[in-house]
Ligand binder design. Structure first.
Ligand code: NAD
Length: 283
């Protein structure tokens, strides 16, 4: 039976550290500020935005939120971003994805100043992650690395397999593992004989978005299994990519969904906002 990696516990610990550092910063006259921008009526996005605002409050940040109607034009959104770029109360700008189809998400991401890009999606920040001289790490992969660190799981020299190659999870995840000296394989929808690759993994990370996708036959005995996926079962309940019931009997450590990687993403967003505020003081 595997040990459960408790993302709620780790994220609470991290947010408490951030709250303490924020208190000190505020005593020196600097309050970290995060602007969260939501366009449209996506119900999942609304929940994410609400959770991000709550986390800001808990950490003692200044937060500003903008809920714009679905018909907002790209020019209007870019105008708001320009205003937030110039606002020195705001250290981090987060535009909740996905955006409505008539808005070019790449143009929006590029418009955010790299030093306020707390999602780390701007091409400059993506490039810096590749080079290893980053200020901000992409929140979900950074959250996974923090979970591994908290539980004393080293990836150095070990076989790590990431399933999924998206720009927000799979690719940066692989890069962070590589920076920590893992031997990394990225799998994706065109990978041949996926199970033969995943069975090599000492640490298996799934970011696919398909319920019960990772089954026991794909997992090596004693592997660490990290489930990034967020899916809904027929019963409407949240679940990950991993068939938790069976895989938890074989893995040494496993993350649940919910309560695993999810809470870490927001904690890392708070960490990036704190970092952005600290860096603004130095510049
Ligand atoms: P995506 O759809 O952009 O990427 C999915 C990846 O899965 C693709 O790279 C694709 O190649 C791969 N894939 C699809 N079918 C496959 C198959 N049969 N075999 C192997 N690989 C296959 O999704 P994403 O944005 O990377 O998100 C992945 C999952 O993680 C989603 O469920 C998403 O909701 C979740 N997510 C969770 C968090 C969090 O905070 N926990 C954050 C971001 C995304």
């Amino acid at each position: 039976m595997s040990r459960i990696i408790d993302g709620k516990e780790v994220s609470s610990y991290i947010k408490e550290q951030i709250r303490k550092k924020t208190e000190k910063l505020k005593n020196k006259g600097l309050t970290p500020g995060l602007a969260v921008v939501l366009v449209g009526n996506d119900s999942a996005s609304k929940v994410y935005v609400r959770n991000k605002k709550a986390a800001c409050e808990l950490c003692g940040f200044y937060s500003a939120s903008y809920e714009l109607p679905e018909e907002t034009t790209q020019a209007q959104l870019l105008e708001l971003i320009a205003a937030l770029n110039a606002d020195n109360r705001i250290h981090g700008i987060l535009v909740q994805m996905p955006l409505p189809a008539h808005i070019d998400a790449d143009a929006v991401v590029k418009a955010i100043l790299p030093e306020k890009d707390v999602d780390a999606f701007n091409p400059e920040n993506v490039g810096r992650i590749m080079l290893g001289n980053h200020s901000f790490l992409p929140c979900t992969p950074a959250g996974v690395m923090e979970l591994l660190k908290y539980y004393g799981i080293s990836v150095s020299g070990r076989e790590c397999v990431v399933i999924g190659r998206s720009n927000i999870v799979g690719k940066p995840m692989a890069m962070l593992l590589l920076h920590d000296n893992a031997t990394v394989t990225i799998c994706h929808s065109k990978t041949a004989d996926l199970a033969s690759v995943t069975r090599r993994a000492d640490v298996l990370i799934s970011a696919v978005g398909k319920k019960a996708f990772v089954t026991t036959d794909m997992v090596k005995e004693g592997a660490v299994v990290i489930d990034v996926g967020i899916n809904r079962g027929e019963d409407g309940k949240l679940c990950g990519d991993v068939d938790f019931e069976s895989v938890s009997k074989k893995a040494s450590y496993i993350t649940p969904v919910p309560g695993g990687v999810g809470p870490m993403t927001i904690a890392m967003l708070m960490q990036n906002t704190l970092t952005a505020a600290e860096l603004s003081k130095r510049s």
